[in-house]
Design a protein around this ligand. Structure first.
Ligand code: IMP
Length: 470
């Protein structure tokens, strides 16, 4: 059966190879073809955060991106913050897929909300660092909703007025832009080519926003200014725009390896996270298909990234938070400051209950455990294995925010390890008790560890299972 499938794939790949492809698709189809010829079916990989974001995805995504044929963002916007260290250069990306730094064809899928001015600023910043972002390497879905200045305004106004209900957003307009998308009044990338026909859509958009703005004693939307700003930025954005779903379909046909780059983390997912203290998109791996136009089988190997401890920025429940010397130590050793906002991250012990839940709801195949070295030198290390509210025990995070604030973690205490795990590249380099910690984590989250990261350096990684090998 499998052999027949491979033969079919090979015939299909051969046929596609004869077609004329758009400039965006690199012409090195030979590698994919030879893989198909050898009967090696290549898989996609999806990288997602298995906690509240900031799990150290940058390094791992960069390593995988260097081996992928294409890198795709499928949700979120420029609220994400990925730091890539390549050689002696550090790149900070918020919106662009990480493949862009090494020239890997990169895609911003329809599930992303796009701030065109932030895009331009990021492209210009990269250009100053010697990375040219051209339409040959970057494609943006024509159907991406735009984040407008009015979304940014609204995000800030609401946060300031929310008192104890403040979410602690990045104030980049993410939530309001997604609201307008599902409210069917978003201006999308394709509208930039039809600004003369924007009237009815603007009527809908302004009817909504003018009322909201009036509530905050803000003037109505300045339609002329908005149109002028859009006309100005359109020339920059449009050359990148295209039918991304078709590029991806062609890439699939040619046996390309696609890397889906998730932003934020599962606990910030609008359905599965610590609602309402979440972001406004689905961050789980299941979004890869809908956020790119590829269908449900797109995700491939789902690599969930989890820190060996836990951090969170913004407000909301955090059962294992250590608002004390331990938290301070974790923060200092782990350099826990946000890439996007520079905010200090809250720190605490590893919460196996939450990661187990994230693994389940996101269908994680293997976990990448990062920043193990931050735990070096602790006399004892704690792992949360359950919760208690009064006499009641929970083996999952209850859904209500009040209960989530109230849960008391039940800890298992593990002896710390002497010496350093920093820079370890094999199990043999790790102290025995550090290995014991990793094994216990695996057991508790019910998912194998595919790799362990022991420093920001790309090679300081213990590879157990190569995600691209399936
Ligand atoms: P928003 O995505 O800006 O609406 O923010 C909603 C919540 O998600 C806030 O708690 C943010 O701090 C958090 N958040 C958004 N993006 C990231 C990220 O990339 N890493 C960590 N937290 C994030």
């Amino acid at each position: 059966m499998e052999y027949a499938g491979e033969q079919r794939l090979f015939r299909f790949a051969n046929k596609l190879h004869g077609w004329t492809h758009r400039a965006f698709l690199p012409r090195s189809g030979a590698a994919a073809l030879s893989r198909a010829k050898q009967g090696l079916l290549v898989g996609n990989v999806t990288v997602i955060g298995a906690q509240w974001g900031d799990e150290g995805k940058g390094k791992i995504v960069d390593w995988l991106a260097s081996r992928a044929d294409m890198v795709v963002r499928f949700q979120g916007g420029h609220n994400a913050g990925h730091t890539l260290v390549v050689g002696d250069q550090t790149y900070k990306l918020s919106l662009l897929p990480s493949g862009i730094v090494r020239g890997t064809p990169s895609v911003i899928g329809n599930g992303v909300v796009l701030d065109p001015w932030a895009l331009k600023a990021e492209v210009e910043r990269l250009s100053e660092q010697g990375v040219e972002v051209t339409p040959q390497v970057l494609r943006i879905a024509e159907t991406c909703p735009l984040i407008l200045p009015i979304h940014r305004d609204l995000d800030g106004l609401r946060e300031d007025a929310s008192g104890a209900g403040k979410i602690g957003t990045t104030r980049r307009g993410i939530g309001p832009a997604y609201e307008d998308k599902v409210g069917r009044r978003a201006i999308r990338v394709c509208d930039l080519a039809h600004l003369g026909e924007l009237g009815p859509l603007l009527d809908r958009l302004c009817a909504h926003h003018d009322a909201l703005r009036a509530g905050f004693r803000e003037p109505p939307v300045d339609r002329d200014r908005l149109l002028h700003d859009l006309a100005e930025i359109a020339d920059f954005v449009l050359p990148f725009a295209g039918p991304v779903w078709r590029d991806l379909d062609e890439a699939r046909g040619r046996g390309r390896r696609i890397l889906f780059e998730g932003a934020q983390g599962v606990l910030l997912d609008v359905d599965h996270g610590t609602y309402p203290f979440v972001t406004s998109s689905n961050t789980v791996a299941g979004t890869t298909g809908s956020g790119s136009g590829m269908g449900p089988g797109a995700a491939g190997f789902v690599l969930g990234i989890a820190k060996a401890y836990t951090t969170r920025v913004g407000s909301g429940p955090f059962p294992t938070e250590q608002d004390n010397d331990i938290g301070q130590k974790l923060g200092e050793r782990g350099h826990e400051f946000g890439t996007v906002t520079g905010r200090k991250r809250r720190c605490g012990w590893f919460d196996a209950v939450l990661v187990r839940q994230a693994v389940a709801v996101s269908g994680v195949t293997g976990v990448a455990l990062t920043k193990l070295d931050v735990l070096d030198g602790f006399e004892t290390v704690k792992i949360c294995i359950g919760y208690r509210i009064g006499g009641e025990r929970f083996d999952y995070l209850p859904p209500h925010a009040a209960d989530q604030m109230r849960v008391e973690p039940v800890y298992e205490e593990i002896e710390g390890w002497p010496g350093s795990t920093r820079g370890a590249r094999s199990w043999a380099d790790l102290p025995a008790r550090a290995i014991k910690y990793v094994r216990r984590v695996e057991e508790l989250i019910r998912c194998p560890v595919a790799l362990v990261s022991t420093s920001p350096e790309r090679d300081d990684t213990i590879l157990v299972r190569d995600p691209f090998a399936g």
